[in-house]
Design a protein around this ligand. Structure first.
Ligand code: GTB
Length: 212
């Protein structure tokens, strides 16, 4: 069955790969599944046809025959469960890899999203100058622990998994801030993720859309 995902017809990042369709593209490439992309405008996102697939009017979405999904975490988890390559077979190792997916989305990403909001949506507020250092320190509190946990390991728990795919994707959003450079092992971890052939293909595919 054909897999169709949605992505911005023009991503605000101009092709840096930060919009979340890149995470889904990466997972699809890791498991070797071909896919089609329906490009949507910001107006399309809030139109009834798209709201029927994602009630929040966002990308990415995933359609495969009668199955229609939204939420990047759920889509990547679905791909990892239905194909080999993104989750270990061993029951406990699988549970730990899934835990890292949740940790990426629920524990590490929220302060990173706060920083983006503080800069982009709230950048002109009089309190932004005072707020930014606080938000950055909340990110560092997470990265301090993540860095300690990763140590000198290649991936978070043995072989590369959907947990690493999600964690690397989340950390990539920090690159412009310079905070990632404060953590040598996390910078190297992200670079290893970006060097994976599946990531390179996913990045190139989204860039091809946004560089037009
Ligand atoms: N929890 C949802 C998920 O994980 O799928 C969040 C999805 C989401 O935030 N989608 C964003 C969206 O559709 C695009 S990815 N926004 C439009 C809207 O809400 O109306 C977030 C994003 C967008 C742009 C950049 N960028 O340009 O750097 C980075 C990340």
């Amino acid at each position: 069955m054909t897999i169709t995902i949605t992505a911005f017809e023009r991503s605000p990042d101009g092709g840096k790969g930060l919009a979340r369709d890149t995470r889904v593209r990466w997972a699809l490439e890791e498991v070797g599944q071909p896919y089609e992309v329906r490009l949507v405008s910001f107006a399309d996102l809030k139109a009834p046809a798209h709201l029927a697939i994602n009630p929040f009017g966002q990308i990415p979405t995933y359609e495969e025959g009668p199955l229609s999904l939204f939420e990047t975490g759920s889509i990547v988890f679905h791909l990892a469960e239905t194909h080999d390559g993104l989750l270990p077979q061993d029951h406990d190792a699988r549970a730990r890899a899934i835990t890292w997916m949740f940790a990426a989305l629920n524990t590490v990403e929220p302060p990173i999203l706060e920083l983006a909001a503080a800069r982009i949506q709230e950048g002109d507020r009089p309190w932004t100058e005072q707020r930014l250092p606080l938000v950055k320190d909340r990110i560092r509190a997470r990265l301090d622990r993540l860095s300690a946990c990763l140590g000198a390991a290649v991936w978070l728990d043995g072989a590369f998994s959907a947990g690493d795919l999600m964690m690397v994707s989340v950390l990539l959003r920090l690159r412009m801030s310079g905070i990632l450079d404060e953590y040598e092992n996390l910078s190297a971890y992200v670079a290893r993720g970006e060097a994976r052939p599946a990531y390179i293909r996913a990045f190139a595919a989204q860039l091809a859309v946004n560089a037009r």
